[in-house]
Design a protein around this ligand. Sequence first.
Ligand code: HEC
Length: 249
Amino acid sequence: MHFRHLPFMARLGLTMLMLVLVGGLAASATHLIWHHENRDDQKGVSYDDIAGAYHGVTADAPLMRAMKANHPPELPEQARKVLTDWLMSGRISEDFDNIDLGDNAPDAIIATNCVSCHNRNSADTEARKIPLEFFDDVRRLAFAKNIKPTDIKILAASTHTHALALGTLSLVLGVFMLGSRFSKGLGSLLIGVSGLSLLVDLGAWWLARDNEVWVKAILVAGPTYAISTGLMCLLSILDLWLPAKKQPE
Ligand code: HEC
């Protein structure tokens, strides 16, 4: 069965359907970016966004990291303890400039011990990027990161639609590749790559919940699947319209 020998209208229709699929892939990519980019507070889709969705991410607040790393070394132990307790208190906003705490209020400690380096006009070019002058500056660094993975029921719903729809899509495109002039070379390679990457991607969605290593598999397999699928659509269109090679069939 060679699709390129089909009547004109059939080839036209098949070509339009391939373009619909390419449009669908572009829409998926856009959806993925919009859906994932805001999970952490950095702009764009970061590793933490994807790791957060499939595995979850927990990390100390940057201020807590600094306290644990004995930064800055000159900070008196007493003041370090006050800041550490405050960060763990669950009253970060309430106690930041609590006047009852006097010189032990976090804002006073930070003003005395940190702002000389951590201000927007600081001579220290590294510390200047991490200003601690205002509460808004401090608040951004005061909270631990705790991103929970997507609810398992939503993951099941997403897997069921993706597995059935994409598995079927890839089967159809595989048949197209086998009925094309590319069946032996590039076509077979793409069938192999797309099948493998789809299985790894969907499987890794589940495996990543327990083991973060699989987040990397998602990051590799997802785009690989999308690219190989797009290429199969383009090769199918090419095969429908390029003149047939002059050789006995
Ligand atoms: C002598 C200058 C200086 C002082 C004083 C200082 N810092 Fe820093 N701080 C730096 C520099 C330089 C960096 C960037 C390089 C690094 O991470 O060590 C930094 C980094 C940081 C970071 C980012 C660390 C991370 O892991 O992302 C935080 C948070 C921080 N400082 C908090 C503080 C706090 C709170 C104080 C006061 C208790 C303070 N710093 C006092 C110079 C200073």
